[in-house]
Every structure is written in C-alpha cells, then in structure tokens.
Design a protein around this ligand. Structure first.
Ligand code: SAM
Length: 322
C-alpha cells in the first residue's frame, strides 16, 4: 500500500508517483511488514530515486496484496483472500436472463432468495426442508416446489417429469459434502441436454475451517474466524474428481462472492462413469485429507474467471456451449 497522503497529493497535482521504502533503521516503533517489493538501504534509495528522476521512469507498485501484510511466504499461497466478483445471486439472475432460460432446476432452495431472482419460463425447486420467504413466482411463468431430498427426486420419474424436459440451467446447492454433490451432479447431467449448464455453489472455500464436513465440528471452530457462519463443507473435492474422471467436461471457475461458482458445460447425459465408479471415487477422495494443503493444491490447478466477464452482454456464449 503506498503512502495515501503523498499518492493523493500527486494525483491532485497530476504528477506521476513512485514510492521507495527503506529498511527500518531506527527503533522505537514496532517493526512494520510493509507490502513492498522493493526494500533497500537509504543510500541505495537515493541512487534509485536519482535514476527515476533522470530517466523519468516510474516503477510498478504492487497493489495486489492488502496493506501491512506480512512478507512471510504463506503456506497456502493459492487460496484467495476473498472472491471479489459479483454476488452469486446477481450473477445467476443475469445469466438466467441472458440465456433466456426455459427450464431451471435448483437443488437446495431453503428460503428461495436465489430462486426468486431467476428468470425462467419454468422453475423447479427441490428441498426436503423449505423455509420460503421470497417471491418465487417472480420473473417466471410457472414455479414448482418439490419437498424431497435430491436423491428421492431423481429416483422418481414422476417428480422429474415436473421439469417437462431437460433443464437448460441447473443450480446445485443441496447437502454440502462431496459425495452428495457428486450424486447431484451425475443425476442432473443424466436428465440434461448436452447444451445444458450446471452450476455448483460453495466449491471454492476460502479456508479449511469453512470446509469442515461435520457441522457439529465446524460450529465451535468457525466462531471468531473472519468468515463466521460460512459453511461450504468439503464439496470442493468435486473439482479434482471431475478433473480426473471427466476431463471431457468444460469447467469454468468463477469468482462470485462469497464462495465461488463452478460452471459445467459440454455435458454428456449418457456418460455413466461417475455413477459406475461412485463407490470407488467416494473411497478414493474420502482418503484425501480435507485440509488447507489440499484445498491450496486444488486452487493451484484451476484458473479463476471474473464473473463480470461472463455476464457482460452475450459473452456467456463464449464460455458455455449453448
Ligand atoms: C444453502 S441452502 C440453499 C440456498 C439457496 N440455494 C440460495 O442460494 O438461496 C441449502 C439447502 O439445501 C437443503 N438440503 C439439505 N439436504 C438436501 C438434500 N439431500 N437434497 C436437497 N436439498 C437438501 C437444505 O434444506 C437447505 O435448505
């Protein structure tokens, strides 16, 4: 973080601004861990400043990290500090409208805050414990709520028939453990069209506490953390699962606040690999520790896209097969 006072002054005077920080050479104040790529002695700084003045060249200051952040290397360098993109409700509302959604499916609806913002001809919501507080009929011609677990819903063709065809947009936000999400994913894909889009919530956690599987274990641990009450469970494991077993899918990782979205297209409704290998996969990924190191590794293997890039005009067409 540059010195704000001098930076503002330079902006007001329309002058270019460069800042050099020297190593602390006096005592009396606590040691500052400046977020500065360039630390030098005062003699070196004078030479450097002269060079800048003589060549009229500035240097790029690193604004990417927060102020006063420690220079100590993080053990989890790939886990983002925060997802700074559009809130996922707004992203989904824009996307559903831009895609002219005919049939929308949401697994895990709770109060219906998201579903009320979706634009669709028909919306079907599935939840074993609805607590509706929002206007679900808004921006839709027909809304249908099914009080059931997602497993019961997919197992009953007469319930699935309420969709009257393949969903063109599905949002998976039911129970937050990877084996539940895995089943929700392959069951949704099986009733989809190759051009459908499946979006999964909470798969990009910001630390390992919010990813704890067991709510009873999570509750006391999240108290006093930066993200109190944020529970993603270990659904992030769906990412390495799909990377390993379904490299044919097109996956876009989006920086939606608060815990990211994972958007999957290029679906193959007849591909039975995940269902056939379900028990093997659950065992394999159950053995993978649900810890910060593995979450960090997951992030190191993906590239995150800004939500605004996708919702701008017709841009979504270049990200997802339509
Ligand atoms: C985080 S809330 C959903 C929030 C909603 N999608 C939104 O964004 O406004 C998760 C919901 O999943 C539901 N749920 C839990 N287990 C489920 C299951 N097996 N099948 C479907 N929904 C489930 C819960 O009852 C809860 O209402």
């Amino acid at each position: 973080m540059p010195d704000i006072f001098f930076w503002m002054l330079s902006q007001l005077k329309r002058q270019s601004f460069s800042e050099v920080r020297c190593q602390q050479e006096y005592s009396g104040r606590e040691e500052f861990n400046w977020d500065c790529k360039l630390l030098m002695t005062s003699e070196e700084a004078l030479v450097f400043i002269n060079e800048i003045l003589n060549t009229n060249a500035g240097f790029a200051y690193n604004f990417a990290r927060g102020p006063m952040e420690s220079q100590t290397a993080s053990a989890t360098p790939h886990i983002p500090d925060l997802h700074n993109g559009t809130h996922y409700h707004e992203f989904m509302a824009l996307l559903s409208r831009n895609r002219e959604t005919k049939r929308y499916l949401e697994i895990g609806v709770e109060e219906g805050v998201l579903m009320s913002q979706i634009y669709a001809d028909l919306a079907v919501g599935v939840d074993p414990a609805f607590r509706i507080s929002a206007n679900l009929a808004k921006n839709k011609r027909k809304t249908c709520l099914i009080s059931a677990t997602s497993d019961s819903f997919f197992a009953d063709a007469s319930l699935v028939a309420n969709l009257s065809g393949a969903p063109d947009l599905a949002f998976l936000d039911g129970f937050h453990t990877y084996e539940f999400l895995l089943r929700d994913f392959f069951n949704t894909e099986a009733i989809s069209d190759p051009r459908s889009l499946i979006i999964m919530h909470d798969c990009l956690p910001l630390n390992d506490v919010m990813a704890i599987r067991d709510l009873a274990e999570w509750r006391p641990k999240m108290m006093g953390t930066r993200f109190e009450k944020w529970w993603t469970g270990d659904v992030w494991k769906i990412i390495p699962i799909l990377q390993k077993y379904r490299p044919d899918l097109k996956i876009v990782y989006v920086d939606c606040a608060p815990t990211g979205l994972v958007c999957i297209s290029n679906l193959s409704p007849d591909n039975g690999v995940l269902k056939q290998k379900y028990h093997e996969i659950v065992k394999e990924f159950g053995e993978m520790p649900n810890d910060a190191a593995n979450i960090d590794r997951m992030y190191s293997n993906i590239r995150i896209t800004a939500a605004s890039q996708i919702t701008r005009g017709g841009e979504h067409r270049s990200f997802f097969r339509i």
